[in-house]
Write a new protein. Structure first.
Length: 135
């Protein structure tokens, strides 16, 4: 009689499925997709871009800079003093050497701030600089 009880337990255990390996695979896939997803960075403020007839779409490693109507400069959600723009560019270039700059200047912003950004990009050896506009 004892052997029948052991046999019944073995049959019950054989019918169970261990889900731990499947959960491990699911979590590894979840981590993979989170790490490889592309995060969109914002400049920091919303600006009203000027109209342009030659506006092109760009993608890739972008450094987005916003110039507000009062002349304030924003990079990655932080308001930046114009003296430190070049150093911020150089820090970003260490992470992504082929980065492009897109300046999102408000249509009522002063052009002096845009020229400061262009000069900082030239000093940081960034050749791909664009000014965002509405098509």
């Amino acid at each position: 009689m004892k052997s029948g009880l052991v046999k019944q337990r073995d049959e019950e255990e054989a019918g169970e499925i261990d889900l731990t390996p499947m959960l491990d695979v699911v979590f590894i896939l979840l981590i993979f997709f989170i790490v490889t997803s592309v995060f969109v960075t914002e400049a920091g403020i919303d600006v009203i871009r000027p109209q342009a007839s030659t506006a092109d779409d760009t993608s890739g490693d972008l450094i987005l800079i916003a110039v507000g109507p009062a002349g304030d400069i924003w990079i990655d959600g932080d308001q930046i003093d114009p003296r430190f723009i070049r150093s911020r560019f150089e820090l970003r270039l260490t992470d992504a050497p082929n980065s492009a700059i897109i300046i999102q200047a408000d249509e009522s912003a002063d052009n002096e701030q845009v020229l400061i950004i262009l000069e900082a990009a030239r000093e940081a050896n960034i050749s791909d600089v664009s000014i965002a506009a509405e098509a």
